[in-house]
Design a protein around this ligand. Structure first.
Ligand SMILES: C[S@@+](CC[C@H](N)C(=O)[O-])C[C@H]1O[C@@H](n2cnc3c(N)ncnc32)[C@H](O)[C@@H]1O
Length: 468
């Protein structure tokens, strides 16, 4: 395949790292492939991770493309189907696309679904010519257009926005949005989506860097660089595989039973980051419903303030439902790969990958490997509650049996979460403060965690229920 030949250049691979490409581009039987996993240096130190459409938009806690790529190459054939049920900005989908595998991406975050779709949709030169002409006209009239500022501010999807961005910025962003709506009305849906990702990326830069940025030029520069990357991608992808992107809930996948050949995903961490908050302004500007996403987001932490351990039972319940769905849609004997790091809750370490491996065994998965990897220190992300994340685990599960339970079975979910929470409490009884991270809680404070976990165990049946 053509992409194999390009990988060395795109990844910036040096000769000493050439062995990785040789390993993943060979054919093995299943048992040999499982052994190859231990030969790979999963840190991928010095590899370029931003190339082609991966560069379109930043996304918190995305994984590096080399993780899905490795599993896609080693465990699937061309035209087989790869699923990421929490696909974020579509890293798995892009790698599947580049390697001629069909893919399905699912995410409840509408912005994530949009990015995933745009990153895997090729657009032809003629369409780009039309688009650039349209943007040229917009640019020419932009500076003459300030008289409409008040009208535009009144039309904003949410009035709070006028507190975040200044009048000129708002006016320019609105002019871009109006132009994109015209593009849609004129029948160019893919360009409309493409432009919305560029607009969202521009808004992201504004939120990160504050007002005062030359908005229209920033947007036009973004469009140009995205066009270049998409053009490069069109030259690489000769046979266009099928891609389906669903904006939906991982706990109730709209995917056919026994239809998927590989799952590679990275779920949210418990108590780490609320995607709905991170993307609130982007979503508001693009007219997306972030309230619905907020309600259904897994791992969010803006509730259960008094007893944070209730977040853990809720999270375990949500992840168990999602894993039941992963088992349902996966074909027998195929792999489900879950990438997740440790979290911290009230000074205690939460080893999510161990919880997931235990859950997996109850629903027809066999844990095959749990690979530890360091995250590039410059790329790690932080959160006030969980501190720095500098390592993660790649949990490799094989589907050995069809699950006999349904993701809706509240009694089963409550029972498994209860077992896990009781075991967790036993560990904390033995040793407390497993994740203090430089803070100095008193012994009494740490001992209170045992009572809090006991209280959280009592409320499991209500906490694991899906909020409607
Ligand atoms: C760690 S990120 C995934 C990043 C992804 N691997 C990438 O490379 O971009 C976790 C994702 O889970 C999504 N998510 C949270 N709750 C969800 C739910 N109920 N159903 C589907 N996706 C959900 C979030 O929107 C977020 O995109």
């Amino acid at each position: 395949m053509l992409y194999d030949a390009q990988q060395k250049t795109l990844f910036g691979i040096r000769n000493s790292q050439q062995g990785y490409l040789e390993l993943i581009n060979k054919k093995y039987n299943f048992q040999e492939t499982i052994k190859i996993l231990d030969k790979i240096d999963w840190d991928f130190k010095d590899f370029t991770t931003q190339y082609l459409t991966h560069t379109f938009h930043s996304y918190p806690a995305r994984f590096i493309p080399q993780i899905p790529l490795t599993f896609i190459k080693l465990f699937t054939e061309e035209k087989e189907t790869v699923l990421d049920p929490m696909c974020g900005c579509g890293t798995t989908l892009v790698e599947a696309f580049l390697n001629n595998r069909n893919s399905i991406g699912n995410d409840f975050n509408p912005l994530a679904a949009l990015m995933s779709k745009v990153k895997t949709t090729l657009i032809d030169e003629g369409e780009f010519r039309y688009f650039n002409k349209k943007l040229g006209i917009m640019k020419r009239y932009l500076d003459l257009d300030y008289r409409r500022i008040d009208e535009r501010i009144n039309n904003l999807p949410n009035r709070k926005m006028s507190k975040i961005f200044n009048r000129v910025v708002i006016s320019k962003l609105e002019a871009i949005r109006e132009t994109l709506l015209e593009v849609k009305e004129e029948g160019h849906k893919d360009l409309f989506d493409f432009g919305r990702v560029a607009l969202s990326s521009t808004i992201w830069s504004l939120v990160e860097n504050g007002n005062g940025i030359d908005v229209d030029n920033l947007f036009l520069k973004k469009v140009k660089s995205m066009q270049n990357e998409l053009k490069k991608m069109s030259k690489i992808v000769k046979n266009i595989p099928e891609v389906e992107v669903i904006c939906g809930d991982a706990r109730k996948l709209e995917v056919e039973t026994n239809s998927v050949d590989l799952i590679v995903t990275s779920p949210p961490y418990v108590n780490a980051l609320d995607y709905y908050r991170v993307h609130m302004y982007n979503m508001l500007w693009l007219g997306m419903d972030f309230d619905l996403f907020r309600k259904h987001e897994i791992g969010g932490h803006s509730h259960f303030i008094i007893n944070r351990f209730r977040l853990l039972s809720e999270y375990l319940g949500d992840m168990l439902r999602s894993m039941i769905e992963m088992n349902r849609v996966l074909k027998k004997d195929k792999l489900c790969v879950i990438v997740v790091g440790n979290s911290s809750l009230e000074y205690e370490l939460i080893e999510s990958h161990k919880f997931f491996a235990e859950m997996g065994e109850k629903i027809g998965f066999k844990p095959i490997n749990s690979i530890f990897r360091n995250i590039d220190k410059t790329r790690k992300y932080t959160s006030a509650d969980i501190g720095k994340i500098d390592d993660e685990y790649i949990l490799v599960l094989q589907k050995t049996d069809d699950t006999t339970v349904s993701a809706d079975d509240d009694n089963f979910i409550a029972e498994v979460v209860r077992e896990q929470m009781i075991r967790f409490r036993e560990q904390i009884k033995k040793v407390q403060g497993t994740s203090i991270r430089g803070r100095k809680p008193t012994k009494e404070r740490l001992l209170k965690n045992i009572d809090k976990i006991s209280e959280a165990i009592q409320t499991i049946p209500e906490d694991i229920k899906i909020k409607r």
